[in-house]
Design a protein around this ligand. Structure first.
Ligand SMILES: [Zn+2]
Ligand SMILES: [Zn+2]
Length: 239
């Protein structure tokens, strides 16, 4: 076998050799120029300042194209990512396609190690909770975000699927599905960080009450009006 690279077409799902791509870089079947390498070794996970992580990516044209992208994501995941990862969205590798994969060991449908979702939308979600999430595209950071314990998605490969449950593991997979769909819509966990909980354990503060807050990292202290608390990050707590 030659070492020529092969490419996939996001629009029609064709597999093309380098020779088959016209000199304009278009698919010789449908003329789309949204092509991607099928060689998982040619990718790396992009970080959050790349533009493709901040846009709504393109839908794939058919199921074959969705599976072609999904199978590439699975090859990449199995080769380069460890057990801390739960899912991967195509645009995290720089591929402009509305496809993601998610581990499915805790989801309600359990056939393979991964589910591939192509052109997914969220149809329904309920049982809201707050969770702490990391992202491969934002290394070494975690953000508090709002998720739902159950999520019903619709996509061209699986149809309508409910993911989630009432255990932490099942909620975690539901959160993964929501996290990856956010990626495909250009949303990162840093964009939807939940502001600090206002815990009135001892006091019921009124909006104009003055409170002392302390930064748990730098130990800096400030006196602010209670109503301004939401302008501060999770690092700040009421003293
Ligand atoms: Zn094509
Ligand atoms: Zn992520």
């Amino acid at each position: 076998m030659s070492n020529k690279n092969f490419y996939g077409c996001i629009n029609c799902g064709s597999i093309l050799s380098e020779d088959e791509i016209t000199n304009l870089g278009k698919c010789n079947n449908c003329e789309s120029n949204n092509l991607f390498s099928l060689n998982e070794n040619s990718y790396k996970v992009l970080n959050n300042n790349e533009k493709i992580l901040k846009i709504k990516v393109d839908e794939v044209g058919n199921i074959a194209a969705g599976k072609l992208v999904g199978e590439l994501l699975i090859r990449y995941f199995n080769k380069y990512l460890n057990d801390n990862a739960v899912g991967l969205a195509a645009n995290q590798l720089g591929i402009n396609a509305k496809v993601f994969i998610c581990l499915n060991k805790h989801s309600i449908s359990t056939e393979n190690k991964f589910n591939i979702f192509a052109n997914p939308t969220i149809e329904e979600a309920y049982d809201e909770f707050i969770t702490l999430e990391g992202c491969l595209s934002i290394p070494n950071k975690q953000f508090k975000v709002k998720r739902y314990g159950y999520v019903e998605t619709k996509d061209i490969i699986n149809g309508n699927v409910v993911t989630g449950g009432d255990t932490n593991d099942k909620k975690w997979i539901a959160a993964c599905v929501q996290h990856e769909i956010d990626h495909l819509n250009g949303i990162l966990i840093s964009d939807k960080e939940v502001k600090p909980y206002i815990t009135n354990t001892k006091n019921n503060y009124k909006p104009n009450d003055r409170v002392t807050i302390v930064n748990t990292i730098t130990k800096e202290k400030k006196i602010i009006k209670f109503k301004k608390l939401n302008n501060y990050s999770n690092d700040w707590k009421i003293e």
